[in-house]
Design a protein around this ligand. Sequence first.
Ligand code: CAP
Ligand code: MG
Length: 398
Amino acid sequence: MSLLATYYVESEMSLVEAGREIALEESVGTWTQVHTSTDWIEKELKATVDSVDKDNNIVVVDYPDKLFEYDNIPQILSIVAGNLFGLSELKNVRLENLKFPEKAVKMYSGPKHNIKDLKEFVDAENRPLVGTIVKPKVGLSPKETSKVAYEAAIGGVDLIKDDETLTNQDFCGYIDRVVNVMEMLDKAKEEGHGNTFYAVNITSSCNEIVDRAVNAVEHGANMVMVDVITTGYSALKMISNAVDVPVHVHRTMHAAMTRNPKHGISMLPISKLVRLCGGTQLHTGSYHGKMHGNTKEIDACKQALTTEWHGLKNVLPVASGGIHPGLVANNLDGYGENCIVQAGGGIHGHPDGTQAGAKAMKQAIDAWTKKIPTKQYAETHKELKTALNHWEKSTTPP
Ligand code: CAP
Ligand code: MG
């Protein structure tokens, strides 16, 4: 048994030689022969080239099981995504995929809630979820935040989340924010609008992030959110183990690694690590929006999150970033119904305000679910029509 890592590689060396450089550097080698190795080390710990695909500059490295503490993600990453990126013999190298052995996957409990659980909570069994990010990103007080959340909830969103940079600043403490927002979501529920998730951002240093998750839930939070790249996968795993609410996983900083198609790390291994560590939903990019995205990679992430994987619960992909009602159908054509489509500016920038913006997004989702063209559906749904007119220039996908 072993862990297989797939790399895109550009080098003056042959792919096999480049693969050997990676395998040696990340297992038992260094730049020169040493006299201190042993037969056992060479036999049991030496990584090898499993295969190459010359047409696509692909190398697959076979890392023996004994190299790893499979329940130690930092250590796994120090091998499969470690020194190799700095090897001067490699012009470019990108980690494209990780194939974990079953025994490694079985060491993780994964998400505590699956897609069906999330959809049932907000009565969205046969449709995508619609979410919003409170905007402006930061600056509103807890009370002001709760009013925006209320308007979005009665407008029909299933999920309201903090933005990735809002945590526990002086102007908006996370506990006050949870108490105020949940109060207003309870009000919306009493008025017949059903359950709405609120993902409070508990991103913080590792010595307090679990306390924040527990405190948030004790004060009524029905979901927590974490920026996984800046806090780390171990923090996500600790949070998921510590609380019984879903965990919304934001990926800010990912583009430092994922954006360059020739060097860095694909979102695909990141998606698998998030599922192992218990995230219930993960931003994986938009098919049409403001952020750079690679369609093939988004498809691969969607598969990795939503399909069977050694019994782990499945995970909802999140489409977000520059989305407005005119871009919902394009994104759902890519994701299908098992996703969350989110809009921040695309809701709070609606000419008639947040509630109308939420209604317009929900109407765009309803149109897609009913297989009716968005523009045609807008003829009988005024909030959607206003949104399409307002963002007309960017309604037709680039
Ligand atoms: C979207 C967002 C999200 C991005 C992250 C923002 O707001 O809140 O963080 O979606 O990108 O701050 O841009 P808008 P990704 O809806 O107003 O664009 O989902 O690609 O990780
Ligand atoms: Mg954001």
